[in-house]
Design a binder for this molecule. Sequence first.
Ligand code: G
Ligand code: G
Ligand code: MN
Ligand code: NA
Length: 253
Amino acid sequence: RRIELDLHDAVRNDELVLHYQPQVDLRSGQITGVEALLRWRRPDGSLMAPGHFLPVAEETGLIVPITEWVLHEACGQLVRWSKEGLTLRMAVNLSGVLFHRVDMQHMLTEAITTTGAQPAQLELELTESVLIHNADIVNRQFKALRELGTAIAVDDFGTGYASLGYLSRLVIDRIKFDKSFMDRLESSETDQTILRSMIMLCRNLGIRMTAEGIERPEQARWLAAHRCEEGQGFYFGRPQTPDRVEALVRASL
Ligand code: G
Ligand code: G
Ligand code: MN
Ligand code: NA
């Protein structure tokens, strides 16, 4: 397939780029971290979103060299920021298929040692479905990843998986409330109750929390009033280039 061949070249020709979206402390307004979000800069100059090429990458195995690149680039950016006096948390998304194909501890160690990044500043985002449907294999790799000192976040929490069993099996550092809760926050009292309960769940288990998909100030205010720690969304900033996000970070401090 055409996209498969092009994607192969994309990794070699340095056509991949990372944009960074701020994650904000809802109380102080400070940016505490960023999420790395992959884009593909096509030879015609357009930017392609990951939803259009990651499924192909996962099917073909190209997700392995792509993730190596992502980790290396994200760690490199952490080090560049750190040299300029900015200490941030860097969240990176991981596909579930990776755990079946490679030793993730090895891949992460490679990125950390070649760049000099601090593993404790890294956070790996896995979706609930990965944690539930690949329990054995993820379980095995999970401990090894945490041994490096890297944090683990559950992405898209609350989207259709009723099982919370993995919360007692695995040590989770952060839960990210799915954007769908923000979409219904103002119209649904039930969703407000669910969100309040999820905040309590996290607080009682000692798990950090981030609400995703915040687009309006009222949503940010509601979350802060109900003691949700952090937020992410277009209201605080879109995924953007490192220099632009750096300016936002400095303005927030
Ligand atoms: O940035 P955008 O909203 O288009 O991202 C769409 C999806 O792609 C999200 O689910 C996000 O988690 C995923 N994604 C973005 N960057 C990466 C990446 O580097 N690796 C993996 N596996 N998924 C990513
Ligand atoms: O699955 P994951 O949570 O990693 O996906 C993050 C995706 O959500 C990114 O593609 C990002 O562009 C998108 N996103 C981030 N904040 C917002 C928001 O406030 N509104 C919308 N519609 N999308 C968002
Ligand atoms: Mn994510
Ligand atoms: Na998410």
